[in-house]
Design a protein around this ligand. Sequence first.
Ligand SMILES: CCC/C=C/C(=O)SCCNC(=O)CCNC(=O)[C@H](O)C(C)(C)COP(=O)([O-])OP(=O)([O-])OC[C@H]1O[C@@H](n2cnc3c(N)ncnc32)[C@H](O)[C@@H]1OP(=O)([O-])[O-]
Length: 289
Amino acid sequence: MALAAARRLLLHAGSRLGRREAVDGARRFANKRVLVETEGPAGVAVMKLRNPPVNSLSLECLTEFTISLEKLENDKSIRGVILTSECPGIFSAGLDLLEMYGRNPAHYAEYWKNVQELWLRLYTSNMILVSAINGASPAGGCLLALCCDYRVMADNPKYTIGLNESLLGIVAPFWFKDMYVNTIGHREAERALQLGTLFPPAEALKVGVVDELVPEDKVHSKARSVMAKWLAIPDHSRQLTKNMMRKATADNLIKQREADIQNFTSFISKDSIQKSLHMYLEKLKQKKG
Ligand SMILES: CCC/C=C/C(=O)SCCNC(=O)CCNC(=O)[C@H](O)C(C)(C)COP(=O)([O-])OP(=O)([O-])OC[C@H]1O[C@@H](n2cnc3c(N)ncnc32)[C@H](O)[C@@H]1OP(=O)([O-])[O-]
């Protein structure tokens, strides 16, 4: 309820800001955790996640992300979005573990609904989405990248990408899996999901998790040049083709959203799963100390 009100406020504030920017000619709007800049080639927005330290997808971050996307979808002058991060060395650490640990079932349900919402909006977007992966991209971070039409990754062996849920003692839901299969094929997805593989850039390119590697300082310029190529295709034919390729996967979730929320809520509420998450969070802390 409170979140719905916050969402309305943000949308309203955003549209007022949008009008002011149009007058100033400064094409930029920002929520606290997502910055959108629309300067550069016509019709292209750059969306930067900025939820330090690791761009984890907290409920607030998911909401702001979804609202920003909604605004861009509604802006008929925008045809493409480059998705990237403002946090050095991190694209996104994925879903916020603290939203899935030590909370109550109502919170888990609310959180999951918002995860679904963002995924559906990203995966089925009519806009061209190119990810400029400029850092580590585990689990939900990889999910964001997989939603894009093209993935450019910084060739830095310190960065890894993949759906590593099984390493945390949790299970990627069927729609994460479906999108992984669509991207890298059944055999690679099966192996990578069971092992929770986090691929370094060269391996990510080899299996097809990403489409291209470039030196770190070229990630943005490459994403822009990729975008230019995609923009040259007529929107209507590209959009219909994208829809044809992705609709069945999205529909698979749409037809069972409520059951998926219930599955997630009962799974994540289990003592054994909470214990696994606790251990994983402790491991992250120890790594730091
Ligand atoms: C069924 C469900 C499907 C699930 C899907 C998912 O996405 S599950 C998600 C799967 N995601 C993963 O498995 C990724 C786990 N994270 C990592 O592997 C690393 O943090 C890193 C490689 C992203 C960055 O390394 P780095 O050395 O630059 O940074 P650092 O490690 O020092 O962390 C800094 C602070 O951030 C904290 N924090 C980190 N991640 C999360 C998070 N997701 N959430 C919340 N907090 C997180 C970390 O605890 C620490 O907190 P502290 O102690 O300051 O209070």
